[in-house]
Design a protein around this ligand. Structure first.
Ligand SMILES: [Zn+2]
Length: 201
């Protein structure tokens, strides 16, 4: 089975747009066909679109009648919500491509946090306690990023070091690891409310 990913589709569309100048006599649909044949060895743009759908569908699993996407994490109804999934999947793929990483899913975040919480009191050195807090912040950071993707403001979301400095300004934790981390990351007050771990624009 052949697939056609998000970036390639963006590339195809960009090139078709550029053809406005060189192929002014063609309609947009004809320009898409031209580029699909010329640069991607497809029979038509429709073939590219079908493969793009297949690319997305390959991640979908049926779980007791409800579809789950292993890539973007959406649970949806196969019959009535395919379009919604398609849209969300595309947004997610674009964000992952630009961010350079995929947010940790719920299960992994919970596992990492559980292990890290233990370390916050079991670790013997300040450095290792601080590392445990960093692992917790990291799980929250991924949850915050995921929410930012879902709500369309991921481009503005702070990177991890900035996020940590925002968390440190109002987070209640023991003084020693707090001082250790403040040394490393600094603090940025006023960006994330006390008791919160989501960043909002
Ligand atoms: Zn998906």
């Amino acid at each position: 089975m052949q697939y056609f990913n998000f970036c390639s589709m963006q590339d195809l569309k960009r090139r078709a747009k550029a053809c406005k100048e060189t192929h002014a006599h063609l309609t947009q649909a004809q320009r898409l066909d031209l580029v699909a044949r010329r640069d991607f060895s497809f029979n038509s743009f429709n073939q590219a679109r079908k493969l793009r759908h297949a690319d997305i569908e390959q991640h979908v699993e049926d779980k007791n009648g409800l579809a789950v996407c292993r890539y973007c994490g959406l649970h949806f109804d196969q019959k009535s919500e395919r379009r919604e999934h398609f849209k969300r999947h595309e947004q997610y793929e674009e964000a992952v491509g630009q961010l350079g990483f995929q947010p940790m899913d719920y299960r992994r975040r919970e596992d990492r946090k559980a292990a890290a919480w233990k370390q916050t009191y079991q670790a013997e050195s300040v450095e290792n306690k601080a590392k445990a807090y960093i692992a917790i912040f990291n799980a929250w950071f991924h949850r915050s990023i995921e929410s930012a993707i879902n709500h369309g403001y991921w481009r503005k979301h702070p990177d991890f070091p900035s996020y940590v400095s925002m968390m440190l300004s109002d987070y209640e934790m023991p003084a020693e690891p707090l001082a250790y981390l403040t040394d490393l990351y600094g603090v940025r007050p006023g960006h994330i409310k006390a008791g919160e771990s989501y960043w909002y624009p």
